[in-house]
Design a binder for this molecule. Structure first.
Ligand code: NAD
Length: 462
């Protein structure tokens, strides 16, 4: 087996790993990246964020064509679904993006190793696979991401009972899809198949959908989703799911079992550290199986770092990217920082739901005095023109300093609108700063300005 020397070996080429590798190469490190999948980009590009967004856009178009544009005076007859083309388009988008990363690796002279990377002691990574190799490096970065969390009693058969990976490739529209978990995956992929014609039931263990979000926003989301046709069973503890004949059966504690033809298990993800060789070095994991790191992503073993889903914090691609950049910048320059208060979170349903900063519940729990302002999309000209007026923007600012602490949006294009909110928090803006910034008219962003004005008690248009 050949031995190769590098300055940095990154294990995993998801959004955390590949971005870190590129930044490290830009900063002059001789960088290698080990990835076991042929295509680079990790869960996000291959079987997560990107293919799901492709299907969300396509299914929304189908839904609109089926009558969603009648109020605009656009009537279409004989609309039909070509699921095959929809899936082919999705696969092509994924292919273009993963190919793009391979191009970026080439341009930045990053050595890619195809195989499973395993730590074999300080400064050493063994690549197992088609072309085995031993890599020696001063720095090793663990960016192995996460895998779907299993649930006892749920027998995943990789077909009828599966995770998001299967739900991105169903060969036909299920008649009845049961999603276990009302988080981002259950709601996004549930939306896709409901728009394409499925009956969708979502079983959630807690008493509300999207438990991590601001409660007021998640309540509003639940109401809107119910109107769209989602059936929610909250406080539902699923004890088993199995294939029975042509379909599946899902058992719920203290409630009737549900028969359906597909089950989507979406109860969260857990850090992916299996077979990584952590026992060969001085690395510890916390109770949730996450690699423990300090504020600079360093593990207890000198020269080994970890970022992304495999460490603490929200499991989000852009959070992993920020950490990857900060980690390698710190290795090379001595500086590198991530502001966790300014990491946005978006759920790409219709309407979209987006937030950044603290929720109202978190502020109450921490006894932080706050004032809030909100403004509905219903009173916004652009939202009316779009024909999507559900939802609102809610701003939470410190009661004494007016510094913005949290912005929560449910409404059209919330995922794009939240960028302004993240910048405001990053720059320590007050709600008055946002209120006094000119926002183009007529735009959806004016709802943020009006919500900021309402925070100071001075909304104009309501
Ligand atoms: P999640 O953590 O967002 O939601 C899981 C849901 O399942 C929670 O509401 C939880 O209460 C519920 N749950 C847990 N155990 C249960 C049980 N036994 N029975 C019923 N419900 C149960 O997880 P997810 O939706 O699976 O997504 C996985 C990860 O991927 C998350 O970290 C998520 O943030 C990320 N993700 C993000 C996006 C996005 O940013 N748009 C999209 C997809 C996934």
């Amino acid at each position: 087996m050949e031995t190769h020397q590098h300055d940095l070996v990154v294990i995993g080429a998801g959004p955390g790993g590949y971005v870190a590798a590129i930044r490290a190469a830009q900063l002059g490190l001789n960088t290698a990246c080990v990835e076991l999948e042929k295509d680079l980009g990790g869960t996000c590009l291959r079987v997560g964020c990107i293919p799901s967004k492709a299907l969300l856009e396509s299914s929304e178009k189908f839904h609109e064509a089926q009558g969603g544009m009648a109020a605009h005076g656009v009537k279409l007859d004989g609309v039909s679904l070509d699921l095959n083309t929809m899936m082919t388009r999705k696969t092509s988008i994924v292919g273009q993006l993963t190919g793009g990363i391979a191009g970026l690796f080439k341009k930045n002279k990053i050595t890619r190793y195809f195989g499973t990377g395993r730590i074999a002691g300080p400064g050493k990574v063994v690549v197992e696979g088609e072309s085995p190799a031993t890599l020696e490096a001063k720095h090793i970065l663990i960016a192995t991401g996460s895998v779907s969390t299993p649930l006892p009693g749920i027998e995943l058969d990789g077909d009828r009972i599966g995770t998001s990976t299967e739900a991105l490739t169903y060969p036909e529209v299920p008649k009845h899809l049961v999603a276990i978990g009302a988080g981002a995956i259950g709601l996004e992929l549930g939306s896709v198949w409901m728009r394409l014609g499925a009956t969708v039931t979502v079983l959630e263990y807690l008493d509300r959908v999207l438990p991590g979000m601001d409660r007021e926003i998640s309540r509003e989301a639940e109401k809107i989703f119910k109107k769209q046709g989602f059936t929610f069973q909250l406080g539902a503890k699923v004890t088993a799911a199995r294939v029975e004949g042509e379909g599946c059966m899902v058992d719920i504690e203290g409630s009737d079992s549900i028969s359906c033809d597909r089950v989507l298990l979406a109860v969260g993800r857990r850090p992916n550290t299996e077979g990584l060789g952590l026992d060969t070095v001085n690395i510890t994991k916390d109770k949730m199986g996450r690699v423990e790191v300090n504020d600079h992503f360093a593990t207890a073993e000198a020269g080994i770092y970890a970022i992304g889903d495999v460490i603490r914090g929200p499991m989000l691609a852009h959070k992993a990217e920020e950490e990857g950049v900060a980690c390698v910048e710190r290795i090379v320059t001595g500086y590198g920082h991530v502001n966790y208060d300014a990491i946005p979170n978006v759920v790409y349903t219709h309407p979209e739901i987006a937030s950044v900063g603290r929720t109202e519940e978190e502020l109450k729990e921490s006894n932080i005095p706050y004032q809030k302002g909100s403004f509905p999309f219903m009173a916004n000209g652009r939202a009316k023109a779009l024909g999507t007026t559900e939802g609102k923007v809610k701003i939470l600012a410190h009661k004494k300093t007016d510094r913005v602490l949290g912005i929560h949006i449910i409404g059209p294009r919330a995922g794009d609108l939240i960028a302004e909110a993240a910048v405001a928090i990053e720059f320590g803006a007050s709600s008055e700063d946002i209120a006094r910034s000119s926002h183009a008219h007529p735009t959806l962003a004016e709802v943020i300005k009006e919500a900021a004005m309402a925070t100071g008690g001075k909304a104009i248009s309501i």
